[in-house]
Ligand binder design. Structure first.
Ligand SMILES: Nc1ncnc2c1ncn2[C@@H]1O[C@H](COP(=O)(O)OP(=O)(O)O)[C@@H](O)[C@H]1O
Ligand SMILES: [Mg+2]
Length: 228
């Protein structure tokens, strides 16, 4: 039986990929067969005619995964817009059955799978005759979530709203990871305390700017992953 967790964030560019790279690295450095999966990626770069899924490459490079980056995502779009729009523009609609099947393959391959979502919790993957939201994918994969959030001013509002929305959708949030955290800043320390108090959830890790490792016990991290 494999275990998994879904990484979402308070928004796009908050640090899901950066933090996920460190999470997978920590697990792998502890001897765990840990992997990565991204249901849909938009904004892939094209280098010498080859489409490079940047998030998959970053995590593979950071965590020492030998898998080819393009095998770690189900849908890769070049257009740098929300997946529902990229899928429409590139004429390749996202099929939930494909995501479920690819996640099942990832489960055969890895013992601990960290799934990176797109954007923030409210991210449409398909808005044609079907409505497919990121929350549908989280529920289909039967995963709990960790929320990556900034340590900066404004984060309390973003975190509380994100968690409230997730909970209203019936999704279990296990905790928060504060990114670009600086323990010497009173504001960052206060944000951490206030977030824990208002959400009644733990800030499970704080990641500094340019951190190369996650300051966390791998055994504790494993406890946040759920059997899938
Ligand atoms: N802790 C950090 N230290 C340095 N750079 C970071 C850190 N977190 C994120 N970044 C940078 O910020 C940008 C956005 O982060 P990324 O992880 O790609 O966000 P997301 O996956 O949520 O869209 C990237 O260029 C990334 O390298
Ligand atoms: Mg990303």
């Amino acid at each position: 039986m494999s275990k998994g967790i879904y990484i979402t964030a308070t928004g796009t560019d908050i640090g899901k990929t950066y933090v996920t790279g460190l999470l997978v690295k920590l697990l792998r450095n502890s001897g765990i067969n840990a992997g990565y999966y991204k249901p849909a990626l938009s904004g892939a770069a094209v280098v010498d005619g080859e489409v490079i899924p940047g998030d998959c490459k970053f995590v593979a490079d950071t965590a020492g995964l030998t898998d080819q980056p393009h095998t770690l995502a189900s849908y890769i779009y070049k257009t740098a817009v929300s997946p529902h729009l990229a899928a429409q523009m590139e004429n390749r609609p996202i099929e939930p059955v494909v995501i479920v099947a690819d996640f099942a393959k990832a489960k055969q391959h890895f013992d601990y799978i960290t799934v990176e979502g797109c954007g923030g919790i409210v991210c449409p993957l398909r808005l044609d005759e079907q409505t497919l939201l990121q929350t549908d994918i989280i529920k289909l994969l039967n995963l709990d979530v960790l929320i990556v959030a900034s340590a900066e001013l404004g984060t309390i509002n973003s975190v509380v709203l994100t968690i409230d929305y997730a909970r209203n959708q019936g999704i279990v949030v296990k905790g928060i990871i504060l990114n670009k955290y600086d323990d010497s800043k009173f504001l960052h320390r206060d944000n951490k305390q206030v977030i824990e108090r208002l959400t009644q959830l733990p800030v499970v890790a704080c990641v500094g700017t340019n951190a190369t490792d996650l300051a966390m016990d791998a055994k504790i991290l494993c406890e946040y992953y759920k059997e899938v």
